[in-house]
Design a protein around this ligand. Structure first.
Ligand SMILES: *Cc1c(COP(=O)(O)O)cnc(C)c1O
Length: 449
């Protein structure tokens, strides 16, 4: 049994959580929101503005969750809210094409040149699921290669996780995924080119695609090793397979053209397909699959690979996405980058000062903290190393930050999200909360095995 620090008294959230749990499984609509890995009651949020969220008990926190990434501009940016209100006044959903969808697709393509065609869907899960189906449809091959610890949403073939070993034919990562589906997913360790090559040596003719996060940010933040993503590009091209770069989290967040803009574009290569989401919808349900025209045009109705959605390209979501991308100029990325560097450096310094072995792991303006000697000495290159870190220190760290008015993601495996709205008042609160949280992490007790 984990010993959690005593979380704050949250009477209104407690009541809300009890009511929610009696009707919604676990009281939440997405599991990590339930605070399972940090303990205590999740704060029920009543409103959010700029860098702040306010909970049902009337407490206001500096928010480093940013809705898990979408709020690049901060919460409820007035121009985004105005765009959504205007769209709502003109009708909520038509089930017919709108010119705003074309404008948003053009905005995506103008930032990410390799996104020659764009198809909008409503969630990142749908985007990666569609990309995988398209890759299988275009190549006529069954196998998908994914990387241990990378997250691509919750569709069947993408929830498969690794067994141990170099390259394991997948086992289902959750009840409900049939072995027959899992058998078509091969899982390899991250940042291990040799393991990837051996999969292609053994099964190369059968592989439809590799799917990879631009930079891993769902097992904590773990950057790709220099040349790793490019090697995946070369390997897939040599074997007639596609490369799907999942930028649902990194897209339009780590820079105007996402991770591709920091790496592939600079190096002169591109994946065949991208998945986008999160920032793309500016806080509304919107995501996209995008990529090479020749591949994308195989989607129905221009091609035979079926995909559809009643609410795809929803006018409110499209308006929020367009307003967000229009506002996300160089100054926004400079603000997010410098806020992120400031907080990451301060967390690093506070933990060092408190004597906690750790690594602050960074990829562009994304970062997370791994506790333990392993990360401190060798860094964290892959999921095995991430899982071996001292995640049991995180609940104490998390609840200390919350007690000082800062909400971190309620899991050690998530990135800390800064926004362009984190001004000096908000950042000062984060910096002044860190030393006590670092001491709480130092004092955390290792749970009994
Ligand atoms: C969040 C995320 C997804 C899933 O997106 P949803 O909108 O939650 O379905 C897929 N891939 C990555 C890299 C993500 O971070």
């Amino acid at each position: 049994m984990n010993s959690f620090p005593t979380p704050a008294a949250l009477p209104s959230s407690d009541r809300a959580f009890d009511a929610a749990r009696s009707i919604i499984p676990g009281g939440v609509d997405s599991p990590v929101r339930a605070y399972g890995s940090v303990g205590g009651t999740p704060r029920f949020i009543t409103s959010a503005s700029g860098p702040y969220v306010t909970d049902a008990d009337g407490e206001t926190y500096v928010d480093l969750v940013a809705s898990w990434g979408p709020a690049l501009l901060g919460h409820a940016h007035p121009a985004v809210v105005a765009a959504v209100r205007a769209a709502a006044g003109a009708g909520l959903s038509f089930g017919a094409p709108t010119t705003a969808e074309t404008e948003l697709a053009e905005a995506v393509a103008s930032r990410v040149g390799a996104a020659e065609r764009v198809r909008f869907v409503s969630s990142g899960t749908e985007a990666t699921m569609t990309a995988v189906r398209l890759a299988r449809g275009v190549t006529g091959r069954p196998l998908l290669v994914k990387i241990a610890g990378h997250y691509h949403g919750h569709s069947d073939s993408l929830l498969v996780d690794a067994g141990s070993g170099v390259a394991t034919l997948g086992i289902p990562g959750t009840p409900g995924v049939p072995e027959s589906v899992a058998a078509h997913t091969v899982v390899v360790p991250y940042n291990d080119e040799a393991a990837m090559r051996s999969v292609f040596d053994a099964h190369g003719e059968q592989v439809a695609a590799i799917i990879v996060e631009g930079a891993a940010a769902n097992m904590g933040v773990v950057a790709p090793a220099a040349g790793y993503n490019r090697a995946l590009r070369e390997l897939t091209a040599a074997h007639g397979a596609l490369l799907i770069q999942d930028e649902v989290l990194t897209g339009f967040r780590v820079g105007p053209a996402g991770w591709w803009g920091l790496e592939g574009e600079a190096e002169g290569w591109s994946p065949d397909l991208f998945a986008f989401g999160k920032v793309l919808g500016g806080g509304m349900p919107l995501a996209a699959v995008a990529g090479r025209a020749e591949v994308m045009d195989q989607l129905a109705p221009s091609g035979p690979v079926y995909q559809a959605g009643t609410l795809s390209g929803n006018p409110l979501a499209t308006a929020a996405g367009l307003a967000t991308l229009r506002l996300a100029d160089a100054s926004v990325y400079e603000a997010v980058n410098s806020a992120s560097t400031l907080v990451a450096d301060a967390a690093d310094a506070a933990l060092t000062e408190a004597g906690v072995a750790h690594a602050v792991s960074r990829a562009g303006n994304l970062f997370s903290v791994f506790f333990g000697e392993g990360p401190a000495t060798a860094g964290v290159p892959d999921f095995a190393a991430a899982k071996a870190s001292e995640t049991w220190r995180y609940p104490a760290f998390f609840h200390s930050m919350a007690a000082s008015g800062v909400l971190l993601p309620p899991s050690a495996y998530e990135a800390w999200f800064l926004t362009a709205a984190h001004d000096s008042a908000a950042l000062d609160r984060v910096l002044s909360a860190l030393p006590a949280a670092a001491r709480a992490a130092a004092g955390a007790e290792r749970p009994e095995a």
